[in-house]
Design a protein around this ligand. Structure first.
Ligand SMILES: *[C@@H]1O[C@H](CO)[C@@H](O)[C@H](O)[C@H]1NC(C)=O
Ligand SMILES: *[C@@H]1O[C@H](CO)[C@@H](O)[C@H](O)[C@H]1NC(C)=O
Ligand SMILES: *[C@@H]1O[C@H](CO)[C@@H](O)[C@H](O)[C@H]1NC(C)=O
Ligand SMILES: *[C@@H]1O[C@H](CO)[C@@H](O)[C@H](O)[C@H]1NC(C)=O
Ligand SMILES: *[C@@H]1O[C@H](CO)[C@@H](O)[C@H](O)[C@H]1NC(C)=O
Ligand SMILES: *[C@@H]1O[C@H](CO)[C@@H](O)[C@H](O)[C@H]1NC(C)=O
Ligand SMILES: *[C@@H]1O[C@H](CO)[C@@H](O)[C@H](O)[C@H]1NC(C)=O
Ligand SMILES: *[C@@H]1O[C@H](CO)[C@@H](O)[C@H](O)[C@H]1NC(C)=O
Length: 427
C-alpha cells in the first residue's frame, strides 16, 4: 500500500518538474549578426563573460539568420538559404517532441510578438518605425508539427509573458528568447544590443530563484562577415555554472546543434536522428554527465558560409527532398530516435541519410565547388562516442543524492496521503 502511494506521489512530482543531470532549466537568448572578433572586444559582453564561460569555438551553421534558428530545434536547416516565409512538413519532428517524451515544459518568448502563436511574417513596432517581431527569428513557428497544433502554438509568447513568468516563478524548463529587431542588434549596433543584453540579464543573474540550477546560453545566430568562417561569440551563464568555472573559456567546437545535444544529454532524451546526434555537448555539462566530446577536431576546415542543397533552398537546381533521419542513431541522451520520428519515418528505413552521428560539419562550399556537402549513406549506428560510462560514478552519486532528497520529501507526502486514505477507509 505504501509503495503504491509512493509511486503515485512520484509520478505527480515528475510530471511538473523533471530534474536534469547538470541543470534543471535552460534559457537561450539570441542576438544578431556579429563576428567573434568584434563581440569579444565589447565591454558589456566582457563583463558578462566574467560571470560565466566564454565558448571560443562556436560556429553559426550558415547565412542568413533564419536557417540557424530553424536548425537549433530541428537538427537541420534543410538547405535553407534565405529569410523568406517557409514551412517544414509535419513529419519533421523537433525538440518539442523530445520534450513531450518526458513531459518537460517549454516555451518561446519573442519580444514584440502581437499575440500567442502569431504566425505572420512580422509585426509593426508600437512607434510605427518598422518591423519589431519577425517570424524568421522564431525557430518553432515554421514547423508544421508546431503550427498545426494549437497546444504548441500557445507556447509562443511575448517578453511581457517572460517577465510575468519570472515574477510568478512559473518559467518552463526550456525557453528560447528572441529580442526584437532593435534590441537584438539587427537594426541597431553591436553596442546597442550588448547594452540591452547587459541590462536584461543583470537583474536575472542577481535573482536567486531564477538562477537556481539554471543554464543560460547567450549566442548570436550568425557572424556579420560572410566570406570568413561563421565564428560567433557564445556565453554560458547561470547558477548551473560552477563558481570555479566563472570567467573561464572553453575551446571545444560547438554549433547550434550543440543546444539539442546538450539538452538530450542533460535530460536523457531521445534524439531526432539528424545533426543533433554527434554534436558536442557543452563541456560544463559533459563534465557532470561523463559524456565524451569528440570531432570535428579540425576547426580550420569549418567555414559554414553558404547553405548546402535541400528542401528549402530557393535555387531550384539545389532542391532535394527532406532527408530520412537515421533511425539507428543513439544520441547524447543515451537514447535512440524519438518515437514520433520512428512513426513518420519507419517506411523510409532503407533510404540513404546524411546523418551519421559523427559530428562532422557540412556546408555549401564556395558556391562553385562544394567539398563539404553532406554525404548520403545507408542508415547505420554512429561511432561509439555517445557512451556515458566514463565518469558516470560522479553522476551516479550525485543522482543518488538527489533521489534521496526527493524520496525523503515524498516519504513525508506518502505518509500524509496514507493517513488521509486510512481516515477515508475508517469513515
Ligand atoms: C528593421 O530592418 C528591416 C529591414 O532589414 C525592416 O524591414 C524593419 O522594418 C526594421 N525594423 C525596425 C523596428 O526598425
Ligand atoms: C499537439 O501537441 C501536444 C503537446 O505537445 C501533444 O501532446 C499532442 O500529441 C499534439 N497533437 C498532435 C495531433 O500532434
Ligand atoms: C543601455 O540600456 C539601458 C536600458 O535599456 C538604457 O537606459 C541606457 O540608455 C542604455 N545605454 C546606452 C549607452 O545605450
Ligand atoms: C532550488 O531548486 C531545488 C529543486 O531543483 C529546490 O529543492 C531548492 O529549494 C531550490 N533552492 C532555492 C534557493 O530556490
Ligand atoms: C514527409 O513529408 C513530405 C512532405 O509532405 C513528403 O513528401 C514525404 O514523402 C514524407 N516522408 C515520409 C517518409 O513520409
Ligand atoms: C568560405 O566560403 C566563402 C563563401 O563561399 C568563400 O568566399 C571563402 O573563401 C571560404 N573561406 C574559406 C576559409 O574556405
Ligand atoms: C571554389 O573552389 C574551387 C576549388 O577549390 C575553385 O576552383 C574555385 O575557383 C572557387 N570558386 C570561387 C568562386 O571562389
Ligand atoms: C561502446 O562503449 C561502451 C563503453 O565504453 C562499451 O561498453 C561498449 O561495448 C561499446 N560498444 C561497441 C559496439 O563498441
Amino acid at each position: 500500500m505504501r509503495s503504491l502511494l509512493f509511486l503515485a506521489a512520484a509520478v505527480a512530482v515528475t510530471a511538473e518538474y523533471v530534474p536534469g543531470r547538470a541543470f534543471d532549466r535552460f534559457f537561450t537568448i539570441w542576438l544578431e549578426n556579429q563576428d567573434f572578433s568584434a563581440v569579444d572586444k565589447n565591454s558589456d559582453i566582457a563583463g558578462l563573460a566574467k560571470e560565466g564561460i566564454l565558448l571560443t569555438e562556436y560556429y553559426g551553421l550558415t547565412h542568413p539568420s533564419q536557417p540557424n534558428y530553424i536548425a537549433s530545434v530541428g537538427g537541420d536547416y534543410f538547405g535553407l538559404n534565405n529569410d523568406g516565409f517557409v514551412r517544414i512538413p509535419q513529419n519533421v519532428s523537433t525538440l518539442v517532441d523530445l520534450f513531450d517524451s518526458k513531459n518537460i515544459e517549454w516555451r518561446g518568448y519573442f519580444e514584440g510578438i502581437p499575440g500567442p502563436g502569431f504566425m505572420g511574417e512580422g509585426s509593426t513596432a508600437f512607434d510605427g518605425s518598422g518591423w519589431d517581431y519577425v517570424r524568421k527569428h522564431n525557430p518553432f513557428v515554421s514547423y508544421d508539427s508546431v503550427n498545426l497544433n494549437g497546444t504548441r502554438l500557445a507556447n509562443l509568447l511575448s517578453f511581457s509573458d517572460f517577465a510575468s513568468d519570472v515574477k510568478a516563478n512559473t518559467l518552463p524548463q526550456y525557453a528560447h528568447l528572441s529580442p526584437d529587431m532593435l534590441n537584438d542588434g539587427h537594426n541597431t549596433s553591436l553596442q546597442y544590443a550588448a547594452n540591452w543584453t547587459q541590462s536584461f540579464l543583470t537583474p536575472l543573474l542577481a535573482n536567486e530563484q531564477f538562477m537556481n540550477r539554471t543554464l543560460i546560453l547567450l549566442t548570436y545566430d550568425e557572424s556579420a562577415t560572410y566570406p570568413i568562417p561563421n565564428h560567433i561569440v557564445s556565453l554560458l551563464l547561470g547558477g548551473a555554472v560552477p563558481s570555479n568555472k566563472k570567467g573561464t573559456t572553453d575551446d571545444t567546437m560547438y554549433t547550434h546543434y550543440s543546444i539539442l545535444s546538450t539538452l538530450e544529454n542533460n535530460w536523457e532524451l531521445p534524439n531526432l536522428g539528424r545533426y543533433d546526434v554527434g554534436a558536442n555537448v557543452f563541456q560544463v555539462v559533459a563534465d557532470q554527465t561523463g559524456y565524451t566530446n569528440h570531432a570535428p577536431s579540425d576547426a580550420a576546415a569549418v567555414n559554414n558560409s553558404l547553405s548546402y542543397a535541400g528542401y528549402l533552398n530557393n535555387d531550384p537546381t539545389k532542391y532535394l527532398p527532406i532527408p530520412a533521419p537515421n533511425l539507428k542513431l543513439v544520441g547524447a541522451g543515451g537514447q535512440g530516435v524519438d518515437s514520433s520520428v520512428q512513426t513518420y519515418w519507419n517506411s523510409a528505413e532503407n533510404q540513404l541519410t546524411p546523418y551519421d552521428g559523427s559530428g562532422m560539419l557540412y556546408d555549401g562550399g564556395n558556391g562553385t565547388s562544394d567539398p563539404n556537402a553532406p554525404v548520403y549513406k545507408a542508415q547505420a549506428p554512429g561511432p561509439n562516442i555517445t557512451s556515458t560510462a566514463s565518469g558516470s560514478s560522479a553522476t551516479k552519486s550525485s543522482a543518488a543524492a538527489r533521489t534521496l532528497v526527493l524520496e525523503t520529501r515524498l516519504d513525508g507526502l506518502g505518509m500524509l496521503l496514507g493517513t488521509a486514505l486510512i481516515a477515508l477507509l475508517v469513515l
